[in-house]
Design a protein. Structure first.
Length: 121
């Protein structure tokens, strides 16, 4: 059950810090996706005989990472607004759904990058 307490500035500031951490994570995943997508292009330019599947697979993995990062941004905003409302109502109940989703996305990204590295050796 949630607590009924008077919201304080520190509660809101903690919510903002958490939101900013989510935003940084999403931006990092988006940047990683961009780098992975462009990596295939660099390989194609530097190694003319490289198989075209490397380039296309790199682009696909990069796009998936950018989408995952964008999804993290949306989840961060949703979580921030939900927590803000709960704090203001004095009925904050912690939820692990966002953290679980982020952990699973991070795990899937790791698996995807491992597969990518194995296929491009």
């Amino acid at each position: 059950m949630g607590q009924t307490t008077e919201p304080s500035v520190t509660d809101h500031m903690a919510n903002v810090r958490t939101y900013l951490a989510w935003i940084r994570t999403g931006i990092t995943v988006i940047a990683l996706g961009f780098v992975v997508a462009k990596f295939g292009l660099i390989i194609r330019e530097l190694v003319p005989g490289a198989p075209s599947t490397t380039y296309h697979f790199s682009s696909t993995v990069g796009i998936i990472l950018v989408v995952a990062g964008g999804f993290m941004q949306v989840m961060a905003l949703r979580s921030f607004l939900s927590n803000k409302k709960s704090i203001e109502e004095g009925k904050f109940t912690p939820s692990a759904a966002g953290e679980i989703a982020t952990g699973m996305i991070s795990f899937l990204i790791a698996i995807l990058l491992i597969v990518y590295l194995l296929l491009t050796l």
